[in-house]
Design a binder for this molecule. Sequence first.
Ligand code: NAD
Ligand code: MG
Length: 384
Amino acid sequence: MNIGMKKRRVVILGATGSIGGSTMRVARALPDQIEIVGLSGRHNKELLLELAREFPSAQLCAGDELSAAWLSSQLGESSIMHGDQGLLDLASLSSADLVLVAIVGTAGLKPALRALECGKDLAVASKEILVMAGEEVMAVASRTGSRILPVDSEHNAIFQCLEGRDPTTVKRLILTCSGGPFRNASAADLRGVTPGEALRHPTWAMGRKISIDSATLFNKGLEMIEAKWLFGIPMEKIDVVVHPQSIVHSMVEFIDGSIIAQMSSTDMALPVQFALTYPERYEGPCVPLDLAALGRLDFEAPRTDLFPSLDLARRAGSAGGTLPAVLNAANEAAVEAFLSSQCSFPQIWEYVARAMDEVPFVEHPSLEQLIEADMAARNYLKGR
Ligand code: NAD
Ligand code: MG
């Protein structure tokens, strides 16, 4: 067994969610490599209590004061943090080496920046923060020398394919996409899609927001922009191929025509583990692949005519400035509207496209201007 690694002390922001659950499986399997020193959860305080009992040395951050008081009384402990300030404090814990951000949406941005400013490594599951403020996040990391470790399965795959290779030999990144539950749907089918149908992903079990994003393909659009920042690759070198089995998690094509792919079972524990133990590898909870049982792997072109998200993301990622932040915030707001039956499924695309046309564009925004653009996109949708 590999015993080379110093125990990594990890804070998990969003521990009660789907990525949080995969992370717990990794932490249970690798107690000699990973020590949980901080846990936050805004929803499901009962689960946060269970995790606190399982990992008693972890500092806790609840969603609000009331939940923090409830946890204090259950645990007989007074030092439980809460809210946005609590997340910032947890992200800068002196006992932590690495902060994993697995909060849905952009709420994890400020804690992520805080962790980097404190020189901690950052494992990023929350793609929205890189879409909104990728330039800022990467700049802070390069200033402080912190590492950014991708948890999103596609980016983790590309990270593995690129390891140790000369970046000037990369021809393009190929992100794989399951195609979502409506891969073969018609335009008429899409008009009648209900939240329940859209939440049923064919290959991955995930949180609600990312499940809808996978159905609209905005998830892949966000991931194209995420890849641009993580790997410093221009948008025109980032492609998408539909791969319904979700076994090849992404690929890199090199200038000589060679394509290197990363494959593993459809389980987020693997990318989480690789990010938390990087650069080491260990036997963890991820079930090995049985290729013969799988039999085949399929690939096809995405249907950009029916799913305009990839073109919108390419436009936003190429223009830069505030446009990716507007795309992301408009999408978050539209997904909420769809989930509460205030808009139809195809209206998600329509709202995002309109917000991108209407919200004023700033070419070189400060962080404050990005936050303003994000708010403007949300308010634009409220006015619909
Ligand atoms: P989830 O909804 O299951 O969990 C989100 C977690 O964040 C929960 O602990 C919740 O309490 C917390 N949270 C939500 N809003 C918050 C707020 N405003 N402030 C503080 N905490 C808040 O989501 P998930 O599926 O685990 O996804 C988390 C992130 O990881 C998303 O950005 C998603 O795009 C990304 N991601 C998820 C998967 C997956 O398989 N689930 C894969 C790749 C990337
Ligand atoms: Mg992904």
